[in-house]
Design a protein around this ligand. Structure first.
Ligand code: KG4
Ligand code: ZN
Length: 336
């Protein structure tokens, strides 16, 4: 029997989860609303909030899972990438707890966690698992990558953004429109009421399978500046169309290279993951493309798209089965 406690604290969500023999028993997440006021994550405030949240979140995860803390086999924690102050809280907590229980620690790469979230199963819900090798479009607030997943532990990044991540494009453009943070879910909601063909924005020109979103962001900014000069109420009057058109532009950019990558690798097992994989437009666009191209498409459950410790615990579980533990002297890293 293996019981893994997973801890995630890389950005602004404090989360703890328990996995027993590959089955998720609890996944507790404390979001930090303090950042909404500033329109973005303030690292110093994030680490302070993690300090306040970590003990109650872990206690709740253990209680909800109906296990005893001395039954835990190992502690998996996010080592990076992320904000140093935020990571330090989770890593330090994991060290103290692992030492006290005299059990091993398992370091987890946050991005690997997002991808392996596709292997999460619950007591009453078995999710479809992609078959190896599969192609994963990983889209979050900090990263945009195309990854060939050959095995639980074997990943090859074949494309990545050269500037902003897809989530950043959503969040920054939302900020320009005066929408609340994080902007991705707000744009998603408003886009449902709008016309995706109302406005066109610049598409990036980058080689191979790489992405770029900074040109789109600038094009969006200049477009709004010119329209507002003619009509100060432009954003208010066109909010839903702006959101739908912008979302559509981001989805088209993401899909173009996903299709290219599938053609190049001949892989038809296609998964998406990360916070932006919660986007309803992206989910249906990938599903539709899959119908046309005979893909097996894997869309994660919404609760496993944005940051959570369940994905860290499942990754830790696979590493535990492979005896991939780490020393108590492991330190967090902002880039991996
Ligand atoms: O994976 P995640 O929780 O954190 C990182 O690892 O970065 O991703 C957060 C990102 C934010 O940029 C947020 O705006 C975006 O995911 N996001 C969405 C949606 N839900 C979250 N973007 C578009 N549509 C959504 N429904
Ligand atoms: Zn993430």
């Amino acid at each position: 029997m293996a019981i893994i406690l997973g801890i995630e604290s890389s950005c602004d969500d404090t989360s703890a989860a328990i996995i027993k023999d590959g089955i998720l028993l609890s996944n507790i997440i404390a979001n930090q609303s303090v950042h909404e006021f500033y329109g973005g994550v303030i690292p110093e405030l994030a680490s302070r909030a993690h300090q306040q949240n970590i003990i109650p979140v872990v206690s709740m995860a253990i209680k909800t899972a109906k296990i005893k803390k001395n039954e835990i086999s190992a502690i998996a924690f996010t080592r990076g990438p992320g904000l140093m102050g935020s990571l330090l809280v989770g890593v330090s907590f994991a060290k103290g707890f692992a030492r006290a229980l005299n059990i091993p620690m398992i370091e987890v790469n946050h991005l690997q966690g997002h991808i392996l979230a596709h292997f999460l199963d619950e007591k009453d819900k078995k999710n479809p698992h992609p078959e190896f090798p599969f192609l994963c479009l990983l889209v979050s607030g900090g990263h945009t990558q195309l990854v060939v997943v050959k095995d639980y532990m074997n990943f090859e990044i074949i494309g990545k953004t050269i500037d902003d991540a897809a989530g950043e494009a959503f969040d920054k453009c939302a900020k320009v429109m005066g929408l609340s943070y994080p902007g991705g879910p707000v744009i998603d909601k408003l886009a449902k009421e709008g016309n995706a063909g109302a406005f066109a924005f610049a598409h990036p020109v980058v080689g191979g399978l790489d992405y770029s979103f900074s040109g789109l962001k600038t094009s969006f900014l200049y477009f709004l500046r010119d329209r507002i000069a003619e009509n100060p109420d432009f954003i208010e009057k066109n909010k839903t169309d702006l959101c739908a058109s912008l979302q559509n532009a981001i989805i088209r950019i993401l899909l173009k290279n996903l299709v290219k990558a599938s053609e190049l690798t001949k892989i038809k097992e296609i998964a998406i993951s990360g916070g932006v994989s919660a986007n309803s437009g992206l989910r249906s666009a990938v599903a539709d493309e899959g119908q046309i191209r005979n893909w097996n498409v894997y869309l994660p459950q919404l609760k496993f798209t944005t940051d959570n410790a369940a994905m860290i615990a499942i990754t830790g579980y696979f590493k535990y089965l492979n005896s991939k533990t780490c020393g108590y002297d492991t330190v967090p890293v902002t880039r991996m």
